[in-house]
Design a protein around this ligand. Structure first.
Ligand SMILES: NC(=O)c1ccc[n+]([C@@H]2O[C@H](COP(=O)([O-])OP(=O)(O)OC[C@H]3O[C@@H](n4cnc5c(N)ncnc54)[C@H](O)[C@@H]3O)[C@@H](O)[C@H]2O)c1
Ligand SMILES: [Zn+2]
Ligand SMILES: [Zn+2]
Length: 345
């Protein structure tokens, strides 16, 4: 089968690989019908993710059809349409029983990282019963690809951890696919104000189309001052960090209101300063989280009912044999205006 391979920093290829086989009784082999590329895949290609070894097939998002299942798989049978979670979860270990599946002792974020991923014709999914979701008949499978990672990430790490509430004020720093997913799901809670912050005017315009009340371009270095002006000097109840660099964590600390929450989503590669000298008296909360994808069933219903239009996040489509072009388009998002690119079998 054809597969997209990380071959070490800066080196990527489409290669012919053997079709995966069942390695344990809880495994399923899924034929991928649609997958996509995540910003995290670009981090891997730069060599930023040490757990991902050269030779790994990338990809942790997608939908497909069950090809075969191990003897212990009870929920799925060949031919079933399934949504793949970016998190593999055994459902039995202590973290899984607490709902913290991202820290599953035999799973977590392993797909397209520690084990071969979804950017191939077939993928092996461990703990299939508790890591796949059935796709209802007639569902828009392309839209559901947004549920493997980005919608649960924006919702769980940003909106739920950030305690977005009716009438509250929210700033989302970073208007990429994850920040926009936080924007779409924050509106389930009817905040009064949602301010998007980014360097890219196109992404800010998309944020406004998706329901943001305000947009702040941070390229002049005065993003915090602009957010303070937009909130009458008060700051925001929820500051969501959706970039993953020290500068944007600084903005969040500057704009969080007394009693507010900084909800970090970004994957940080270097240390960032914590300004306790100003924050010690502000009654704030800082949260971090690796997405657990425990909200997929709920989000699936909101997408199915059109309460959230996940299709809006898709800007480009490619056939699998053009996956290198898909990476090129996704990697130059500022020029191509790419958000999520769908790769079809
Ligand atoms: N916690 C988790 O479980 C989890 C899961 C998935 C992704 N992530 C992380 O979430 C982050 C966002 O993901 P994404 O796919 O949207 O990334 P992305 O790179 O597509 O988007 C980041 C956005 O931040 C903007 N930006 C960069 N520097 C900025 C600055 N100084 N001020 C304002 N905006 C700035 C960019 O223009 C871009 O639009 C990444 O760090 C990703 O690795 C975390
Ligand atoms: Zn991802
Ligand atoms: Zn587990």
């Amino acid at each position: 089968m054809q597969a997209f391979i990380y071959n070490g920093p800066g080196r990527k290829n489409v290669e012919d690989r053997p079709k995966p086989v069942l390695a344990g009784p809880g495994d399923a082999i899924v034929r991928i019908t649609r997958t996509t590329i995540c910003g995290t895949d670009l981090h891997i290609l730069k060599g930023d993710v040490a757990t991902c070894k050269p030779g790994t097939i990338l990809g942790h998002e997608g939908v497909g059809v069950i090809d075969s299942v191990g003897a212990a798989v009870a929920t799925f049978k060949p031919g079933d349409h399934v949504l793949i979670s970016c998190i593999s979860a055994c459902g039995r270990c202590e973290p899984c029983r607490k709902g913290m599946t991202s820290h599953c002792t035999t799973g977590g974020w392993i797909l397209g990282n520690e084990i071969d991923g979804t950017q191939a014709e077939f993928v092996r999914i461990p703990h299939a019963d508790t890591s796949l979701y059935p796709i209802p008949a007639g569902a828009d499978e392309e839209a559901l690809v947004m549920l493997s990672d980005i919608l649960p990430t924006g919702f769980e790490c940003g909106v739920l951890n950030g305690k977005v509430a009716p009438g509250s004020s929210v700033a989302i720093v970073g208007s990429g696919p994850i920040g926009l997913a936080a924007l779409l799901t924050a509106q389930l809670y009817s905040p009064a104000q949602i301010i998007m912050v980014d360097l890219d005017d196109n992404r800010l315009a998309v944020g406004r189309q998706f329901g943001a009340t305000d947009a702040v371009n941070s390229s002049a270095g005065d993003a915090a001052a602009q957010v303070m002006a937009l909130t009458g000097g008060r700051g925001v109840d929820t500051a969501i960090e959706a970039v993953g660099i020290p500068a944007t964590f600084e903005i969040c600390q500057d704009i969080v209101a007394a009693g507010g929450t900084i909800a970090n989503i970004g994957v940080h590669g270097v240390k960032a300063d914590l300004h306790l000298e100003t924050l010690w008296s502000k009654n704030i909360t800082i949260t971090t989280r690796l997405v657990d994808t425990v909200t997929i069933p709920m989000l699936l219903k909101t997408v199915r009912s059109a309460r959230i239009d996940a299709r809006k996040l898709i800007t480009h489509r490619f056939r699998f044999d053009k996956i290198l072009d898909a990476y090129e388009t996704f990697g130059r998002a500022a020029d191509t205006k790419a958000l999520k690119v769908i790769i079809e079998a």
